[in-house]
Ligand binder design. Structure first.
Ligand SMILES: Cc1ncc(COP(=O)(O)O)c(C=O)c1O
Length: 413
């Protein structure tokens, strides 16, 4: 039978099954049937404490309750409420603010920031360069707007950062097109927990500066820092930002900042797109096009989380209280991950280079099969194209021991 479409053009046949939420559904069914203690839910990318309760910052929750309605229910201006942009720039860069022209505009989460870069800086029908290990939504966002994608290999065979692959792919794309958006998701990459070091950033930036010597090209780096605040000591992991200076005018750095993880307010849908350039006119254009995109897509961004950002930025004690709790969750995930990494070594299970953060990935070709076998043992992890993703953010410490061995066995079956 011929398919019938009510939809028009590119929307025809548009459909997707979220791999995370389908595994999560299966995990929840198993919990209902066998009880929480009998199930390892390694699927969801939100932090759960060791009692398997969703983590949040009590100080943020108290602040929400204390805000007068008129500060919450009103529309926010298109660019964000007064002080939001500065609060984001101060928080995101810390002591490593680049010596460049900077701007920030509110977006609905990091997702909105990514959407705006893909739409405004990559032409329809041209390629956006993504890492091969990646957050799947990049592909969906690109597809929604008719942008094509290509991938650089994030790792060498020795599990180190593969700058030569980035270089080869960038050169290849720039032979075919004049505008190129290149995505980096670091520090604490989803789904591997990898982070580029400051030296690796130095080498990467000097390559891009060299490529930008061809003035007919426009190169846009999108650094997705969604998990930055769980990647290490806050000031240390921000140090690479100070390298974003003396950029050629045709090399723009954009940063997708997300409050979802940094302030544990995933559902409040707030983040920002930050622009870094050595050219004022590039930044003026950045604000103009992104304000237009805001108005035409979501009109303006939710006021409440912006208010939280501004209040916290203006209250050192409140900020410190949140920083302390955030650091405790970072240590919790590091402890969980260290159990897995140690046991993986003991059982000879190859894993992607994990440095920090919410996820660990195990490379394999048949992740779906392995994930199904693990589900029979009530272990629920997300199969990806290149491997299996384990969300250490949601597995209580007490359930980490033995997981590496179970995965190894499921791979050998
Ligand atoms: C790599 C990565 N980037 C960005 C985001 C965007 O998150 P949000 O839109 O909630 O800020 C996520 C969320 O899971 C993510 O995993």
């Amino acid at each position: 039978m011929q398919e019938f479409f009510m939809t028009a053009g590119a929307a025809q046949g548009k459909r997707f099954v979220d791999p995370v939420f389908s595994v999560l559904g299966a995990a929840r069914e198993a919990i209902a049937k066998y009880g929480k203690d009998q199930v390892v839910n390694a699927s969801i990318g939100t932090i759960y404490d060791d009692e398997e309760k969703l983590a949040y910052f009590p100080a943020v929750s108290e602040l929400i309750k204390s805000l007068p309605p008129e500060q919450v229910v009103d529309y926010a201006p298109i660019g964000g409420i007064a002080g939001f942009d500065q609060a984001v720039l101060d928080f995101a860069f810390g002591k490593s603010k680049p010596d460049s022209y900077l701007a920030a505009i509110a977006t609905p989460g990091g997702t909105g920031a990514i959407r705006n870069v893909f739409y405004n800086y990559a032409d329809a029908g041209t390629k956006i360069l993504l890492p091969d290990w990646l957050w799947g939504a990049y592909n969906l966002i690109a597809g929604e707007y008719g942008r094509l994608v290509d991938n650089y290999q994030l790792f060498t065979e020795k599990h180190t950062y593969n700058l030569p692959s980035v270089q080869a792919k960038v050169k290849e794309c720039l032979r075919e097109q004049d505008n190129l958006v290149v995505v980096f998701n670091t520090p604490a990459h989803n789904p591997t927990g990898f982070s580029l070091s400051k030296n690796e950033w130095e080498a990467t930036l000097s390559f891009f500066k060299e490529e930008a010597k061809d003035s007919s090209k426009r190169i846009i780096l999108l650094i997705d820092v969604a998990y930055m605040d769980y990647a290490g000591e806050p000031e240390e992991i921000r140090e690479f930002f100070s390298l974003l200076t003396q950029l050629p005018e045709n090399l723009l750095v954009t940063i997708a900042f997300s409050m979802s993880k940094s302030f544990l307010v995933y559902g409040l849908r707030c983040g920002a797109l930050i622009g870094v350039s050595s050219s004022q006119r590039v930044i003026d254009e950045f604000m103009a096009v992104n304000a237009y995109s805001t108005r035409s897509n979501w009109s303006n961004v939710t006021t409440l989380p912006q208010r939280i950002m501004v209040q916290v930025a203006g209250d050192a004690a409140l900020m410190e209280e949140i920083n302390q709790v955030r650091a405790s969750y970072r240590r919790l995930m590091a402890d969980r991950a260290s159990i897995f990494v140690r046991e993986a070594q003991q059982v000879n299970l190859e894993i992607c280079p994990y440095k920090a953060g919410f996820f660990i990935s195990i490379p394999m070709d048949n992740a779906k099969e392995v994930a199904n076998r693990l589900q029979q043992e009530r272990i629920f992890a997300v199969p990806l194209k290149k491997g299996l993703r384990l969300a250490v953010c949601s597995i209580p410490t007490g359930k980490m021991a033995g997981l590496a061995g179970s995965i190894k066995k499921a791979m050998e079956k």
